[in-house]
Ligand binder design. Structure first.
Ligand SMILES: Nc1ncnc2c1ncn2[C@@H]1O[C@H](COP(=O)(O)OP(=O)(O)OP(=O)(O)O)[C@@H](O)[C@H]1O
Ligand SMILES: [Zn+2]
Length: 802
């Protein structure tokens, strides 16, 4: 079933992705201005209509609406002085007086319009900061939608959209350009000048373009003296521009050594491509789910679809989980397109700024990057792709707490372009959108070249005979041995880093914990450190119990470091590499390890979930999952979904060549439906079972969830604030007459973080708009006295409950 969102009334950005078609424009009366702004944006800012002040000359007061990233956030209106009217546009920064501050404050202009008589009392805009808008009108509208939906100040959303390197002009310098002052120049003036000044001025006139002082000095063969004299006589005018300091401050990285082969498409790929191309050509906003099993060749489909698009001078965004984890994907795009911008976390500010300018200038065909690349300012955007759309890294965990899938959807629908979500393990949200007709499902149920899906064997860790003293069961040990003998490669997944996950005294039971977070410290063997994985608090691992001085503290629980030690001891002839965030700190380390694995230098690659993503190595004949239950017992309604995804994804790393492949999954709960379904590569069975569970409590995608985290330095003050907020929420819900379930306040699993006590309140509703509205109304006038030192954050559609 297909849906054309472009036909939705009054919904320039509608988002029917999660839940039963939530209406994002549930704007309360007191926010009416934001709504009318968003609606009228189509007419006023989007179209080519003349600026409003040209329409009504008699009411000649132009005003700018400005928002700020720090409190007070606005919006506030300012008068636009005469001389700024044709320079200032929405999406630019301005400096304006704010309160009693002595210095002008920088804010973002979200709208320019004709004022009413009230605007005579307005203060003036002091300065226009930018020469051109940093956001075009559709992006400004996106900011306002995000601000509304995620309940984050618009100024902070702008700051998330526009990289700080762009705002600060990283890697640029100011240069002064000279142009002749035509008003004062005629032949007699020129002839009356001293010889050197004459030569310089004639060169500048002949050049017919602005020149810098040094250019002019070289061209005219003079020193700076004559030029300064001309400037003093006002015969030449100066203009300063900010420019990139160097042409390309980029360190181009080499590929990962893979050769590019172009394949004839399989039937599945051909069909998928046809449907995406049809969506592109229809010029209607539409969401498509490309549900292709691991190894079905989804990347090739993306590339072909983009090739179609760039023929018409249009461009695409490809969002991927952290790109440094998938140098292969990056290489594939770089080899197939003339102009690719890859955005990643290890760029310098100057590089980031340079890429942003390239993208905005229209030079770039494809942007590949993590979630923030959804904001890439491509002028002729024609397609957005989210690869591995189920991945948790698409949700930002600081303000604005947006999900790139939802934002991509909003952006795509407002531009009437397709959004393609690709994965082997669709999120429940996306699956639900397909089953309810909000997204079109494209299936690629088989692997390329008719390769079979790998065989998955479950090893029940409760069976004594299979267990060993270590973490690798007998069946897994045998399988590794066999694989190494056949000169195949092995991937082992363990989703905990460090050596031991608890440090406990066997005598008194004391657990060494973080003083700021109350969470057990993880022992790291390199350097004998005990580290908090929540705040990075680090101490030397205590040789004896800090509580009772017992000499013989015990390291419990299993992390990747300990697994590495065990693997090396069991298979002394094999080359082993470990990949987790501890070994991958330095730039380029992913690429080094993955190249070594590709070339066969490394036999066994072990690591955390970062090895489960997207890797395509044909010689991997065995994948072992050390403990599939790790994520299962988290207090989170997505625990099953995560387990299914992780096991399916890592299992998919094998059997990608001609030699087949197999998977061994160690688990204490082999009967669990998620693990059962993963072992049979049966996504639909999993999704059907899981939807039944979600329906019981109307969990997403059947309803919406919001979470408010309250944190403060003093426990009972924090709790009292949380209680007060609860009262507000209940009152708001009752006033509005909405059905919203409110739970808490309760301490979350991480009840103390970085020295702050934490409480959370959960809200649930079938209607996303009712939930949003309830929170908005409750917090609207809710203030916390400074002396309490309590803060709260609102997380709409939270992805974790910790
Ligand atoms: N039509 C084809 N014929 C043969 N090989 C192909 C074809 N299309 C793609 N491939 C190759 O198949 C392999 C898997 O493709 P790709 O990595 O895109 O799979 P995927 O669907 O993204 O899998 P995953 O979800 O596991 O990342 C790649 O090595 C790719 O070069
Ligand atoms: Zn800590």
């Amino acid at each position: 079933m297909l849906t054309d969102h472009s036909s939705l009334p009054h919904c320039p950005i509608s988002t029917p992705m999660s839940g039963p078609v939530p209406d994002e424009y549930d704007v309360p009366p007191d926010r009416e201005s934001a709504k009318s702004k968003a609606d009228s944006a189509q007419g006023e800012l989007f179209e080519t209509a003349p600026p409003p002040w040209e329409l009504a000359a008699e009411d000649d007061v132009a005003t700018a609406r400005v928002v700020f990233s720090e409190a007070p956030h606005g919006p506030y209106d300012y008068r636009i002085p005469e001389d700024m009217r044709d320079r200032l546009e929405a999406g630019m920064r301005v400096k304006v007086p704010l309160g009693r501050r002595r210095k002008a404050t920088t804010g973002w202009c979200i709208e320019c319009k004709l004022g009413s008589s009230a605007s005579r009392t307005l203060k003036d805009v002091a300065e226009v900061v930018d020469h051109a808008p940093l956001c075009d009108p559709p992006l400004v509208r996106l900011v306002l939608w995000m601000s509304h939906y995620y309940q984050a100040p618009a100024g902070q959303v702008f700051d998330a959209l526009i990289p700080s390197s762009v705002r600060s002009g990283a890697g640029t310098r100011e240069r002064t350009y000279y142009t002749p002052n035509a008003k004062l120049i005629d032949d007699s003036v020129v002839e009356s000048l001293p010889q050197k000044q004459q030569v310089a001025l004639r060169f500048l006139i002949a050049a017919a373009r602005p020149m810098t002082s040094s250019e002019l000095m070289v061209e005219a063969g003079c020193t700076s003296g004559p030029i300064k004299s001309l400037e003093k006589k006002e015969l030449i005018r100066t203009e300063t521009r900010r420019e990139m300091a160097t042409a390309a401050p980029m360190r181009w990285s080499l590929g990962d050594g893979e050769k590019e082969k172009s394949h004839p498409l399989t039937d599945d790929q051909g069909n998928a491509l046809g449907r995406i191309v049809a969506a592109v050509d229809s010029e209607a906003g539409k969401t498509l789910l490309l549900h292709g099993v691991t190894g079905s060749g989804k990347t090739e489909v993306y590339i072909r679809a983009i090739e179609h698009l760039v023929k018409f001078g249009r461009s695409a965004i490809v969002l991927v989980p952290e790109i440094s984890l998938t140098p292969q994907t990056r290489g594939r795009f770089e080899r197939r397109f003339k102009s690719v911008a890859v955005l990643h976390s290890q760029m310098t500010p100057a590089e980031r700024h340079f890429q942003w300018q390239r993208i905005r200038s229209g030079d770039v065909q494809v942007v590949v990057g993590p979630r923030s690349a959804v904001f890439a300012p491509l002028p002729r955007l024609g397609l957005i792709i989210l690869d591995e759309e189920h991945d948790g890294s698409f949700k930002q965990d600081s303000v604005p707490r947006y999900h790139a899938r939802k934002v991509a959807h909003a952006r795509a629908m407002s531009l009437k372009i397709p959004l393609v979500l690709g994965t082997a393990t669709p999120s429940m949200e996306t699956w639900h959108a397909c089953t309810t007709g909000h997204a079109e499902l494209i299936s690629m149920p088989s692997r390329v070249e008719n390769r079979p899906m790998p065989d998955v064997q479950l090893v029940d860790l409760r069976v004594r005979d299979d267990r060993t003293s270590g973490s690798i069961s007998r069946p897994l040990h045998r399988a590794v041995e066999e694989t190494l003998k056949e000169k195949g490669q092995v991937i082992l997944l363990l989703n905990r880093r460090g050596f031991a996950t608890t440090i406990q005294c066997p005598s008194c039971g004391h657990v060494v914990a973080c003083p700021d977070c109350d969470m057990p410290l993880t022992h790291h063997r390199d350097g004998g450190k005990a580290v908090c994985h929540y705040c990075d608090y680090t101490i030397a691992t205590p040789p004896w119990c800090p509580a009772c001085r017992f000499d013989g503290i015990r390291y419990g629980g299993l992390g990747t470091q300990r697994l590495e030690v065990e693997v090396k001891a069991r298979f002394p002839d094999a080359q082993v590499a470990r990949m987790d965030s501890d070994t991958m700190k330095r730039p380029g380390s992913h690429q080094r390890v993955l190249s070594a694995f590709r070339s066969g230098e490394v036999d066994i690659l072990l690591g955390t979930q970062m090895i489960a993503k997207g890797l395509d190595f044909p010689n991997v004949l065995l994948v072992g999952v050390i403990n599939a239950d790790g994520a299962l017992h988290f207090p989170d309604f997505r625990a099953s979904e995560r387990t299914f995804q992780l096991v399916t994804q890592v299992a998919g790393r094998t059997g990608r060549g001609d030699r087949g492949g197999r998977v061994i999954v160690q688990t204490f709960t082999p009967e669990h439906p998620a693990i059962q379904a993963a072992s049979r590569h049966d996504y639909e069975q999993f999704a059907t079972d899981e939807m039944v569970n979600r329906r019981k409590f109307n969990y997403p995608p059947l309803g919406s969830v919001g979470r408010i985290i309250i944190r403060g330095a003093i426990e009972d003050v924090t709790e009292a604030t949380a209680e007060a907020l609860l009262g507000r929420l209940e009152a708001a819900r009752n006033q509005l007459g909405y059905e919203v379930r409110i739970l808490g306040p309760a301490p979350p699993p991480i009840s103390k973080l970085r020295g702050k006590y934490r409480f959370h309140i959960l809200l649930q509703s079938v209607e996303a708009s009712h939930l949003g509205e309830t929170i908005r109304r409750a917090v609207d006038t809710f203030t916390i006295p400074d002396k309490d030192d309590v803060q709260y954050v609102i997380d709409i559609d939270p992805m974790d409950m910790l």
